[in-house]
Design a protein around this ligand. Structure first.
Ligand code: HEM
Length: 135
């Protein structure tokens, strides 16, 4: 990822932070719409899950400048996801739900460049998690 792309992700994330819980609601709503069978993998009460998702995304966005610190955390998270029942193809569905959510939250600020930068970011997070799931 180029430094410009890192900047686009970090700047756009600042607009998500004040609406984090709302964004997480939108995200899971969209995820379960895209693939209703994923709902059963999660607890009934999603409040804590919403917080955890936004916290790891915040850490990932912040960590784009110094990925070395973040890589072991993401690998371990990916390993845990095997136990949660996450399948490789589910990462595509999660990515689609995340980009859709950012589009809703950012509106006109979600330009083609911002989308491309977030696509890269999600790809890095998901592939690092999956590398942890495969070791
Ligand atoms: C890059 C993509 C993803 C991120 C950043 C992410 C993030 C997280 C985080 C932070 C947690 C909480 C872990 C903990 O409590 O220690 C979690 C739990 C979970 N994730 Fe993911 N996740 C991702 C992809 C997926 C995928 C593809 C699935 C597939 C269905 C999935 C399903 C779950 C489930 C079922 C839980 C456990 C919920 C529970 O405690 O009941 N996640 N995820």
């Amino acid at each position: 990822m180029s430094p410009i792309q890192v900047g686009l992700v970090q700047e756009s994330w600042k607009q998500v932070v004040p609406i984090a819980d709302q964004a997480a609601h939108l995200f899971y709503g969209r995820l379960f719409e895209l693939d209703p069978k994923l709902r059963a993998l999660f607890k009934e009460d999603m409040a804590e899950q919403r917080r955890k998702l936004m916290a790891i995304l915040a850490a990932a966005v912040e960590g784009l400048n110094r990925p070395v610190a973040l890589l072991p955390v993401l690998r371990e998270l990916g390993r845990k996801h095997l136990g949660y029942g996450a399948k490789p193809q589910d990462y595509n569905t999660v990515g689609a739900a995340l980009l859709w959510t950012l589009e809703q939250g950012l509106g006109a600020a979600f330009t083609a460049e911002v989308r491309a930068a977030w696509t890269e970011t999600y790809g890095l997070v998901a592939s690092t998690m999956q590398s942890g799931a495969n070791t």
